[in-house]
Every structure is written in structure tokens, then in C-alpha cells.
Design a protein around this ligand. Structure first.
Ligand code: LUZ
Ligand code: MOS
Length: 743
């Protein structure tokens, strides 16, 4: 199965939001945003903007017919600031003009008076001031006090991870077109068409059925368009409704970087206890999440940090509390891994700290504590089909980990100005939205009279290849050629009440719904034609091939007045979660894997190169092997970027410094590992995985954490005085300082 989008992408024919043909009389919008991170608005001088050439309207919070509210989980985020601002880049007003250049020019004429206050930027400071987004959450298993008193070794420390810019190649944007009777059609670059529809309906004060959201594809999302695509779509819709003209709003890169939230930075305290056999007897942690100025998805991200606090390990005595801290940064949001990577970094840091102090390889502790079937996660789910050990062993044997380590030791003995470092990174990631009700999806299938097929689901294609997977599911289930099947745009009038394409669960949820619809159609055709069977486009009857073709059969079915359309709904079975007890069975299943990361550090410059990353990954039976490998490579490199070179920096006034591609560096082909090898575990996926192919979107990102620890090990090989700190990203600047740190 080839990627159905490949030809369109390489020939430049694929349509993104900004490629949609522009309708006559279309207006263009641009956003006036806050230059200040915190303060009262004292004056809005917008007359000059209003009077600028080409300007048709200028909208503020006073022009909102419904609610000035875009917060999904907590209602704490205005679309346009009212009388105070809470972050740099917060939208204050929308300029609508005949051309985009005119709209932008008008924005530059706005004069906003703000009485600035000192912004809160640090989550630990925020919590001292009582600035919490939601009450803290605590997950607990066993008895940590007892666990620590039976520990031979106890270590405590601090672990910190930075933010991460999504850097989807396509920036945020939307195009709203007013239709008749108050109906507005919005094309949006969103992972969550229903989120856009719901939010637009709320802000415009109209029922949801008046808002139609259509998505062709996204040039990347990575979580940044799970909730934060809504703002721009709603602004365009607001202007379209008021002015009765189509309105387009596309953010420029620097606007996008300045105005949107990113991965949540975390700072955390940990305490780990081990017995003489390196078994972890107890683990405690406190996580302080930098949520930014509004809740956005922070409470859900916070929850996933707790779910992944023990990564691939079984820890009998566990207690962790997570705090979502309100600061004056743009509201931070979903980002591939969704709080999981932040949680996993802390346990890996704790293990690394213990290993260094005890003079054993981290692998000794990691391996001793891998989760086994029957072990309990701190949230009460029992590990089933736990492939943690299998992945570890596969990586070990297929890649001869011992040999790699021996070669590195030899290299380090022979070289003085460069050193190599090695780390293993096991990963265990739970598949399902942690909010149980979100685990549902729908699909709609039409077989047309000529035997061609149109498929609609709630899945949004954002480069992850879900369209190809949906075509594969329909083709396999109907047993027809993939070439007969067209994936329609994702549209709220065809498939309603969609969960966002997120949580690695899109192919599973939508694929299962699609499979159900296809099975229903297949069964209906079988019933109509005496129990025929479709096998690879051939029609078989009583175990014999007939002369009839698929196309002829469909034509006859139509003439016989058989319905050739079907819609189906799927809800993940068995999952549940009780927040009052913090126990349940939140995940349909877990994805496991282990990565072996090798790095060479230039000990003169502090720069580094990843020699190789060798991965044993738990695919299940992949629907499209190439797409899954692409997801693994991409996720890994994105994780390495987060851990090493990507540094989101704000100045003390809360202004984003890393605000362009010149100051924010993501991995390019030169900084990607020289080789990436991927070995699938030879195990089928579980039942809730579509066609037994396991979810693949997020888990590989966390292999990147190995990059941090590999670099740290290389530094240790060079500088015996280095006291390991667990602060990511490990930028070349930090590496250089560590290489020459004195005791
Ligand atoms: N989004 C969400 C997610 O709303 N809930 C989740 O559990 C989740 N997990 C990963 C990524 N996005
Ligand atoms: Mo996501 S972080 O699965 O939108």
C-alpha cells in the first residue's frame, strides 16, 4: 500500500488551506496582539488602523454576538482580550481589509496602552502565589514510606524539560465563507473540526448546525492544531458573519510562533529508592507544569504526565502529584506525547542519577524494573501483552548492544577530544484518549453506481498518513482495489461529533468505524446475492469464482434498490476511569519499544552528532509499513530535537526570544542520526488496534529522550568533575559548559 498522498505532495498538487481557490469579494484578516505579557489595558487607539487604506472592519471583544470564550476544558480564555492582557501575543482585535497587506499594515498602526505588571513566568513561583489552573492530581500505588524504609539506596533530584515549538510547516489558518440562512462554511487547518465548529457556534451565538467545518489536509499539526486552530477559524467566521463576505486569515510564521502555545515546560522533584538488586522499591515525584495564561488542554496533558510517570517500569510503591501552574506565557497546549515525554524524562533522570551514584550502567536499573504481564500501573490498569522485556531483549540481541558498548569504551580510551556516549531508552505509551468519552469515531461509506467508493471519517490527514490507512482498511475489508476508493475531506456535516485527530488513536478509532461500515455493506451485498463472497475484486459463489465483476454486481444491487451507503459508529470497548479514585483501565492497550542511542560529542566545541539510533518497536501487524517507519523516524528526530537543540526562550518580560527560524533551531538532515534502524517485534497487535496494527503516532517521540542521556554519558567520559544535571534541552552551549565544569 503506497501513500495515497505521495504523488500530490511531490508534484505540489496537494491542496492546503492557503491553496484553496479564493472566492470573489474575499476579505483578508490580520490580528492585533498584545505587546505585553501582563497588565491592564488603559487605552485602545485603533482609529488609525480603522482609517487605513482598504480596511473594511475592525473587530474587538465588543463585536462578539455570543460568548467571548474559547476555552475547551476550563472557560478561562477570551477570544479577544477584554480589559487586561495575560500574555505577549494575546489577540486583542481583528483587522479585516481588502488585501492581506492592507490588513497587516493597519495592524501596525494600532496603539495599545497597557499598564504593565511583572509577569509570572516560573511555575514554582506561580504555585507559591496560588496560581493553579485546576486542583492538583495525585496518583498512588502501594506505600512509598514503607518502600523507602526498605530501600538500600535513596536519591533525590530535580529534572527540567523545556518547551517545544510545533513548527508545523503550514501555519495556522482558516477561510470562512457565509452561505444562506446564517450558515457559515469554514475551511480550517485543524486537527479538531468539531472543536472548531463548537467554538465558532459558541462565539457566534448560533447552533452548531449552522457551522460547517471542512478540512482537506494539514501541513503538520503535532498537537498544535488540536485546540489552538479554533481561535483563527472563529475570528474568520466572526468577520464573515458580520460582513457577509468570505474572510481568510492565515498567520505568518512569526505571528504563529508568538501567539500560539507550545509544549509545556516542566520542572519536577523526584525521589527514588532501590534495593541491593537495583529493584526500584519506591518512587515519588512532584511535577510543576508551566501551563501558560489559560487552561487550554493543560489539565489533560497534566494527567498524561502522571499516566506515564513510570514509563516502562513496574514500581510497587509510587506517589506523584502534578500541578498545572498559571503563568503569563501563551497557553501551552498538546504536543506529540501530550505530557507523557515530560513524565518519562523524570523517571529516566532518577534512574540515571541513581546509576551514576552507584557506579552501574543505567541499563542495569532499567532492565531490572521493566514491567511484566500482570504488574499494575499506578492507575490500576494491569499490564497485558506487555512487550517491555521483549522490546528490550530484541534491541539487545538484534543490535548486539554489548558490542556497541564495548566499541564505545575502546573509542573513548583511544580518543581525547571526542567522546562517544550511549543510552538505552525503553518506552511504554498508553493508547486511548485519557478522557474516556473521546474514544469514539464515525465513518460514512458510499458505494457509487459505477462501483467506485467514497469514504468519509472523522480522521484528519496531517501528513501522518491516516488517509492511506483508511483506504487500506476499506480496500481490505471490502476486498477491492485501493484505486476504487476515494478519501473525502473531513467534514462536520458528513461525519459529526468527531474527536480531534490526536492521541495516536486516529487510525484505530476511525479505522474501526470504517471497518464496521464496510462489513455492513459487504454483508448486505452477500445477503442480496445468495451469499456471494468478494475476493480481491472477484465475486465467488459457493466456493467458485463467478464471471460477475464487482462493478456489475454493484450496478445490479442499485437496480434492485439495495442501499449502497452505510454509516457506522465505534466506541473503544472496556476502557473506563474513575477520577475520584484515580484508578481504572484508561488505555485500550500500550505500545512498547526500546531505542539504543549512540552519540559522538566534540569536546572542543560542545557540538555533537548522533551516530545511530537502533530501535526495536512494537508495530503489531502494520497496515502500511512504510508509513509507520516514517512516523518512527519522524517522532524520534522530533524527540531528539526537543532534548538537544530546540530551546524556547522568553525574556524576563515574557516576550518570546526564539521567535523565528533563525533563533529556533529544529533538527535538519545534518543533525538527524547518521543511521536509524528499526526492527519490528514479531507480535500481532491486540483487538482494539485496527487490523492488529498498533498506534504509532506518538510513542517513537520518546525514543529521543535517549539522546539526552547518551550525551550526558559522553560528557562524563570526558570530564570526571562533571556533576550531572537533568535540565533539557542539552544544547551545545550546555554541553560545552558541562565539559569544562570543575568540581
Ligand atoms: N488529546 C487529548 C491527546 O485530548 N487527550 C489525550 O489523552 C491525548 N493524548 C495524546 C495526545 N493528544
Ligand atoms: Mo496530539 S499531542 O495527539 O494532538
Amino acid at each position: 500500500m503506497k501513500n495515497v498522498d505521495a504523488a500530490g505532495h511531490v508534484t505540489g498538487k496537494s491542496l492546503y488551506l492557503d491553496d484553496l481557490p479564493v472566492i470573489e469579494r474575499t476579505l483578508h484578516a490580520a490580528v492585533i496582539d498584545s505587546p505585553c505579557a501582563r497588565g491592564k489595558i488603559t487605552a485602545l487607539h485603533l482609529d488609525e488602523s480603522r482609517a487605513a487604506p482598504g480596511v473594511v472592519a475592525l473587530l474587538t471583544c465588543r463585536d462578539i454576538p455570543g460568548e467571548n470564550e474559547v476555552g475547551g476544558i476550563v472557560h478561562d480564555e477570551p477570544l479577544f482580550a477584554v480589559d487586561e492582557v495575560d500574555f505577549c501575543g494575546q489577540p486583542i482585535a481583528l483587522v479585516v481589509a481588502e488585501t492581506e497587506a492592507q490588513a497587516r499594515h493597519a495592524c501596525s498602526l494600532a496603539k495599545i496602552g497597557i499598564a504593565p505588571e511583572t509577569p509570572l513566568l516560573d511555575p514554582r513561583e506561580a504555585i507559591q502565589k496560588g496560581e493553579l489552573i485546576v486542583p492538583p492530581r495525585t496518583f498512588e500505588l502501594g506505600d512509598t514510606q514503607a518502600g523507602f524504609s526498605s530501600s538500600t539506596h535513596i536519591f533525590e533530584g530535580v529534572a527540567e524539560t523545556g518547551g517545544q515549538e510545533h513548527l508545523y510547516i503550514e501555519t495556522q489558518g482558516a477561510y470562512a465563507v457565509p452561505m444562506e440562512s446564517g450558515h457559515i462554511r469554514i475551511s480550517s487547518s485543524t486537527q479538531g473540526p468539531t472543536a472548531v465548529q463548537r467554538t465558532a457556534a459558541r462565539v457566534l451565538g448560533v447552533p452548531m448546525h449552522l457551522i460547517e467545518v471542512d478540512v482537506t489536509r494539514l501541513g503538520g499539526g503535532f498537537g498544535g492544531k488540536e485546540d489552538q486552530a479554533s481561535h483563527w477559524a472563529v475570528m474568520a467566521a466572526l468577520a464573515a458573519r458580520k460582513l457577509r463576505r468570505p474572510v481568510k486569515l492565515v498567520l505568518h510564521r512569526m505571528d504563529d510562533m508568538r501567539m500560539t502555545g507550545k509544549r509545556h515546560p516542566y520542572t519536577s522533584d523526584f525521589k527514588i529508592g532501590l534495593d541491593e538488586n537495583y529493584k526500584i522499591t519506591a518512587f515519588e515525584a512532584d511535577y510543576y507544569q508551566n501551563a501558560g495564561a489559560a487552561a487550554d488542554l493543560s489539565p489533560a496533558v497534566l494527567e498524561r504526565t502522571l499516566f506515564h510517570a513510570t514509563n516502562s517500569y513496574y514500581i510497587p510503591n509510587f506517589r506523584a502529584t502534578a500541578y498545572s501552574c498559571r503563568t503569563n506565557l501563551p497557553p501551552n497546549t498538546a504536543f506529540r506525547g501530550f505530557g507523557g515525554p515530560q513524565g518519562m524524562f523524570v523517571i529516566e533522570a532518577a534512574i540515571a542519577k541513581a546509576a551514576i551514584a552507584l557506579g552501574v550502567p543505567a541499563a542495569t536499573i532499567q532492565e531490572a524494573n521493566l514491567i511484566n504481564n500482570g504488574d499494575e500501573f499506578p492507575y490500576g490498569q494491569i499490564a497485558k501483552q506487555a512487550n517491555a522485556r521483549r522490546a528490550w531483549k530484541t534491541a539487545d540481541t538484534v543490535y548486539c548492544a554489548e558490542k556497541i558498548e564495548a566499541e564505545i569504551s575502546r573509542y573513548n580510551e583511544a580518543h581525547t577530544t571526542t567522546k562517544k556516549g550511549f543510552a538505552r531508552m525503553p518506552v511504554c505509551f498508553g493508547i486511548s484518549f485519557t478522557k474516556t468519552p473521546m474514544n469514539q469515531a464515525r465513518a460514512l461509506v458510499h458505494i457509487y453506481q459505477d462501483g467506485s467508493v467514497g469514504v468519509s471519517t472523522g480522521a484528519v490527514e496531517m501528513g501522518q498518513g491516516v488517509n492511506t490507512k483508511m483506504v487500506a482498511v476499506a480496500a481490505q475489508t471490502l476486498s477491492i482495489n485501493p484505486g476504487r476508493i476515494k478519501l473525502e475531506t473531513t467534514n462536520t456535516t458528513r461525519v459529526a461529533n468527531t474527536s480531534p485527530s490526536a492521541a495516536s488513536a486516529t487510525a484505530d478509532l476511525n479505522g474501526k468505524a470504517l471497518e464496521k461500515a464496510c462489513i455492513a455493506l459487504k454483508n448486505r451485498l452477500a445477503k442480496e446475492f445468495d451469499g456471494i463472497e468478494i475476493r480481491n475484486e472477484e465475486i465467488w459463489l459457493n466456493g467458485k469464482k463467478t464471471s460477475q465483476t464487482w462493478q456489475e454486481m454493484i450496478e445490479t444491487a442499485y437496480l434492485n434498490r439495495v442501499s449502497l451507503s452505510e454509516s457506522a459508529h465505534y466506541a473503544t470497548p472496556l476502557i473506563h476511569y474513575d477520577k475520584t479514585k484515580e484508578k481504572g483501565h484508561p488505555f485500550a492497550y500500550h505500545v512498547y519499544g526500546t531505542a539504543l542511542v549512540t552519540v559522538t560529542v566534540d569536546c572542543v566545541r560542545g557540538s555533537y552528532e548522533f551516530d545511530s539510533v537502533k530501535i526495536a518497536h512494537d508495530f503489531g501487524d502494520p497496515l502500511c509499513d512504510q508509513i509507520d517507519r516514517g512516523q518512527i523516524e519522524g517522532g524520534l528526530v522530533q524527540g531528539l530535537g526537543w532534548m538537544t537543540m530546540e530551546e524556547v526562550l522568553y525574556n524576563p518580560e515574557g516576550k518570546l526570544l526564539s521567535n523565528a527560524l533563525s533563533t529556533y533551531k529544529i533538527p535538519d538532515i545534518y543533525s538527524a542520526p547518521k543511521t536509524i534502524e528499526i526492527t519490528p517485534l514479531e507480535v500481532s497487535g491486540p483487538k482494539p488496534a485496527i487490523k492488529k496494527s498498533k498506534a504509532v503516532g506518538e510513542p517513537p517521540l520518546m525514543y529521543g529522550l535517549g539522546g539526552f542521556f547518551a550525551i550526558q554519558n559522553a560528557i562524563r567520559a570526558f570530564n570526571p568533575d562533571y556533576t550531572p544535571q537533568f535540565t533539557a534541552p542539552m544544547t551545545p552551549e550546555r554541553v560545552l559548559l558541562a565539559l569544562y565544569e570543575k568540581e
